[in-house]
Write a protein that binds this ligand. Structure first.
Ligand SMILES: Nc1nc2c(ncn2[C@@H]2O[C@H](COP(=O)(O)OP(=O)(O)OP(=O)(O)O)[C@@H](O)[C@H]2O)c(=O)[nH]1
Ligand SMILES: [Mg+2]
Length: 303
């Protein structure tokens, strides 16, 4: 009998793919905490967001990334650079497609940008709740030829289907390694960043057209108020006066809806009462201003 210790597997697994396939939904699910904003609009995520999945024999550090797309503006090019810069840093590449839309030119474009990676690639087919079992099998069959995937794992990130197998597959391809994060740590994102993303998510969901993309959110302060209530002050930045007006809405109605939805989620996270004070300001054309979007902490690791 040997007394060999069972090895501990750990490492970084990057989640890549075109916008809106469900990368952030998967991150939140696997770490069982809401860290990344989710919306049905493409280009929701603007940062690399790390989350930690603790398992008995291992630790998966997941890295959520902005959706890869063909970018015309400097702002969008930064977004893509953020994703591509993560490609070389991970031990495992999780490439995600949407089962409903299947594999198209946009996925091929994203997959081509992964070519520089020498890490093993696992294909995740997400949103299998939207198609039938035979359709899933056909899609899996067709995908094997599209890339050098070590495994293909169908899941529903939203419903949690297939995630136990996915965790097993990820751990299988991770090297032996240390515990990068102490037990109980779900993310290394600063609290202010997470709260700002919660507010931004509500804006993404409650506004339309260009506005969700033209909005930035910065949490200015978080402090303990009277009666143990947490007071959060945040500024929402729009690019134009007309957008500011829409954000505020008639008699402040839209801002109120955004604030109420965000406050509820913030209270859930903090496990207590919160007061959310939102300001709206115009930062003219901030997306064309590299200094401005860096100041907001987008496309960056330092938040
Ligand atoms: N039906 C279904 N919808 C899903 C599933 N996973 C994610 N979604 C939805 O897909 C949309 C996009 O999800 P996100 O997690 O924001 O997608 P993303 O890939 O992070 O998008 P970007 O950050 O823009 O690149 C949201 O409306 C999610 O609720 C799933 O398994 N099934
Ligand atoms: Mg996302």
């Amino acid at each position: 009998m040997t007394n060999a210790r069972k090895s501990f597997k750990s490492g970084f697994a990057g989640i890549f793919g075109k916008p809106n396939v469900g990368k952030s939904t998967l991150l939140n699910r696997l770490i069982a905490e809401k860290v990344a904003a989710i919306s049905n609009r493409p280009q929701t995520t603007r940062n690399k967001i790390r989350g930690v999945c603790h398992l008995p024999g291992g630790q998966i550090v997941l890295v959520d990334t902005p959706g890869i797309h063909q970018a015309a503006t400097k702002y969008n090019q930064y977004m893509i650079r953020t994703s591509v810069s993560a490609v070389g840093d991970v031990d495992l590449t999780l490439f995600m497609i949407d089962a409903k839309t299947g594999f198209g030119p946009d996925d091929q474009y994203a997959l081509d940008l992964m070519k520089s990676s020498r890490a093993p690639k696992v294909l995740i087919i997400n949103k299998i709740d939207l198609i039938s079992k035979p359709e899933i099998l056909t899609l899996i069959g067709g995908m094997a030829a599209k890339g050098d995937f070590a495994e293909i794992v169908p899941v529903s990130a939203e419903l949690g289907d297939g995630l136990d197998r996915l965790k097993e597959v990820i751990v299988k391809y991770l090297p032996e390694g240390p515990e990068y994060f102490p037990k109980g740590t779900a993310t290394d994102c600063p609290e202010k960043f997470i709260l700002a993303e919660m507010i931004r998510e509500k804006i993404m969901r409650l506004t339309h057209m260009e506005l969700p993309h033209a909005t930035a959110v910065a949490v200015d302060s978080v402090r303990e108020g009277a009666g143990g209530v947490t007071v959060v002050e945040a500024t929402i930045y729009a690019e134009k006066d007309s957008q500011k007006k829409i954000l505020i809405g008639e008699k402040g109605s839209r801002l109120k809806a955004i604030g109420t939805a965000a406050r509820k989620e913030i209270e859930n996270r903090l496990g207590g009462k919160a007061y959310l004070n939102l300001f709206v300001k115009v930062r003219r054309n901030w997306r064309s201003d590299e200094r401005a979007f860096k100041e907001f902490g987008y496309f960056d690791d330092s938040y």
